[in-house]
Structures are given as structure tokens and as C-alpha cells.
Design a protein around this ligand. Structure first.
Ligand SMILES: Cc1cc2nc3c(=O)[nH]c(=O)nc-3n(C[C@H](O)[C@H](O)[C@H](O)COP(=O)(O)OP(=O)(O)OC[C@H]3O[C@@H](n4cnc5c(N)ncnc54)[C@H](O)[C@@H]3O)c2cc1C
Length: 309
């Protein structure tokens, strides 16, 4: 089985309710997973954001909401995004550095795509007034098509909205073709989710080749490239292409807790760097996804599961 497929199976096992109750209370796993989270609440996340800004980084906050299963939950998630906008607004030192990453499932995508759209409009409108950028996350193959439908509508109304392209999808280059337009903010990442073989590439080598093609397409386009990777190879290729193409508008993006020294190095050499700051008490699934992405963590995770059994 491909390492990516086994990683996804392991993630599925760790997020079943019986195992997750145990693993989330296992101290080393809990501590490691929480290293990827900016904090349990908005107040703490804002302190982390201010620290990043002090160090010369920009940031993107993401509230780790449950998937909304009714309008009430979707409204609560919308209210949290508006609270984040107000919290950023209240701190003048954060002016011009902030982005919100939005997961449409939190805003009601499962309940009704129209509801998710309307809630996103409320958030994007408020963010725009406050000078804060917004990017729509791609939550994986199960949500991709519904997300794209809502996103197409949002892009007509708010063309500055940032979008995500997961290189690992078979249709990633077609997606770039559809999305590329002058100035559009496009976040290119390898993609965290494995879908059926008809939807996503499975072999790491194939994903890397596709990432390279997407990178070339994006960097030679008039869109605004947001390169979301920790991979030293792709950081180096991006830097080399930036100098050969004379592009200075490229933004690097990395996740909180991953390669912080590299994040600082990029700032020190004059690159634009944004760190993604997820926050909230609902940290388990996000934290475990990050842990299984790193082979070095698998031993620790396997030991926790074996002890559980
Ligand atoms: C700002 C941002 C937003 C993102 N948004 C999305 C999204 O909307 N949808 C989506 O599917 N994916 C998203 N991703 C995740 C992305 O798709 C990858 O899963 C993730 O970034 C790992 O891929 P990589 O390019 O770093 O390469 P990899 O080959 O996975 O990793 C390269 C190197 O980075 C380091 N590294 C990577 N992951 C970890 C880790 N978890 N812990 C410790 N070290 C690590 C290791 O040194 C590794 O060798 C986002 C990533 C970023 C940075």
C-alpha cells in the first residue's frame, strides 16, 4: 500500500471515537498534536499572531469548528469569524498583516450550500471593511465539489477572495486554468487529503511532479502565488524561479509549528511569509492530521493505539 494511503487509513483509525477518546488524553500525543495549534481560544491565538507579526511574519487565523449540522452551529461559526475580525481590528499593530482562512463546512455547507455562501458573504464583507484578507480552504475530496460551487459564486462577488489548489488532485492543472486571472490570490499546496484513485494522485513522487508543474504554471501566470509548503525542495525551486522571473509578489505560507526557523529565514532574506494559525478546543482532528503527515511521529502514535487495545 502506498505510504500516503496507509497514512490516511491510520488517520481514519485515530479519529474513530473509541480510539480518539483514548489518544487525545495520552500526554505525549496530546502535547505533540497541540504543538500545531495556536491556542484554545481567540485571545491566545491573537497573542501568537502578534508575536508572529513582531517577528516580521503575516498570519492567517483559522477557527477549528465542527462541521455545522444545523443553522445554529453555522451561525455560531460565523459569529466566531466576526469576533476574529473585531479582535484583529482592535490591535493596530496587526493592520495589513491578517488573513482569515475559512472552512465552508463550518459555515453550513452540509446544511445548505446557500447558507454557507450567505455566511461566507457576511464574513468576507466584514473582513473587507477591516482590510483583512480571506481565503477559502479546500477540505478534501468529499467537500471539494460543493466548495468549488460556492467559491465560484463568491469569486464573482468578491474577486479578492483567496482560493486553494491541491496539487495532488488529478484536475489541479485544470483548476489552475479556471482560476488564474490577474491578481487572483491562489494558495498552492500538495494537499492533505487522499481521495479515491480517480480523484487524487497517491504516489509521493507523482504528487511532487504535479506540484512542480502547478508551481511553474502559477509562477508564470498573472495570478498572485501563495506557495504553501514546508518542502525544502519546493521552497528552493520557488526562490530560484522568483529570481529568474523577477517576481517579488510571491508569498510563502507555512503551518504553525512546522519549520519555524525556515519561516524566520525566509523573512530575513526579504520574502513575504504567512503562518497559518489554527485555534479552538476542537484541535484533535487537525492535530492528528499533522502528526500522521510526519513519518517520525508514527511510532509514537502506533504505541498509543496498541496500548489502547
Ligand atoms: C498555509 C497552508 C494552508 C494549507 N491549506 C490547505 C488546504 O486548504 N487544503 C489542503 O488539502 N491542504 C492544505 N495545506 C496542507 C498541505 O496540503 C500539506 O498537507 C502540508 O503542507 C504538507 O505538505 P508539504 O508541501 O509541506 O510537503 P511534505 O512532503 O508533506 O513535507 C515536506 C517537509 O516538511 C516538513 N513537514 C511537513 N509536514 C509536517 C508535519 N506535519 N510536521 C512536521 N514537519 C512537517 C517535513 O520536514 C517534511 O519533510 C495547507 C498548508 C499550508 C502551509
Amino acid at each position: 500500500m502506498s505510504p500516503i494511503r496507509s497514512r490516511e487509513r491510520f488517520f481514519d483509525l485515530l479519529t474513530t471515537s473509541a480510539v480518539s477518546t483514548w489518544v487525545s488524553s495520552t500526554t505525549p500525543v496530546r502535547e505533540l498534536a497541540r504543538g500545531y495549534i495556536a491556542g484554545d481560544n481567540l485571545g491566545v491565538a491573537m497573542e501568537v499572531a502578534a508575536d508572529q507579526v513582531f517577528k516580521g511574519l503575516n498570519f492567517s487565523v483559522r477557527f477549528l469548528a465542527d462541521r455545522a449540522t444545523d443553522r445554529h452551529q453555522a451561525a455560531a461559526c460565523t459569529a466566531e469569524a466576526l469576533a476574529a475580525i473585531n479582535a484583529i481590528r482592535a490591535r493596530p499593530e496587526l493592520t495589513g498583516t491578517a488573513e482569515l482562512s475559512l472552512a465552508l463546512t463550518g459555515l453550513g455547507l452540509d446544511v445548505d450550500p446557500v447558507l454557507a455562501h450567505d455566511n461566507a458573504v457576511t464574513v468576507i464583507g466584514a473582513a473587507q471593511e477591516a482590510g483583512i484578507l480571506v481565503t477559502i480552504d479546500d477540505e478534501g475530496p468529499g467537500d471539494h465539489d460543493a466548495t468549488m460551487q460556492v467559491q465560484r459564486r463568491l469569486l464573482k462577488e468578491y474577486p479578492d477572495t483567496g482560493v486553494v489548489v491541491q496539487a495532488a488532485r488529478h484536475d489541479s492543472l485544470d483548476q489552475l486554468d479556471e482560476l488564474i486571472t490577474a491578481g487572483r490570490r491562489i494558495r498552492l499546496c500538495k494537499g492533505s487529503y487522499t481521495g479515491p484513485p480517480s480523484v487524487t494522485l497517491i504516489r509521493p513522487h507523482d504528487i511532487d511532479l504535479r506540484m512542480a508543474s502547478c508551481l511553474r504554471t502559477l509562477l508564470t501566470s498573472p495570478a498572485r502565488p501563495l506557495i504553501a509548503t514546508h518542502d525544502p525542495v519546493f521552497v528552493a525551486i520557488t526562490e530560484r524561479m522568483m529570481s529568474s522571473l523577477g517576481r517579488t509578489d510571491v508569498e510563502f505560507q507555512m503551518l504553525h509549528g512546522i519549520r519555524p526557523l525556515e519561516q524566520r529565514r525566509l523573512v530575513d532574506v526579504g520574502r513575504r511569509m504567512r503562518v497559518y494559525l489554527p485555534y479552538g478546543t476542537n484541535w484533535y482532528e487537525y492535530g492528528i492530521r499533522r502528526l500522521v503527515e510526519r513519518p517520525a511521529n508514527l511510532w509514537l502514535l502506533s504505541r498509543s493505539v496498541v496500548r489502547h487495545r
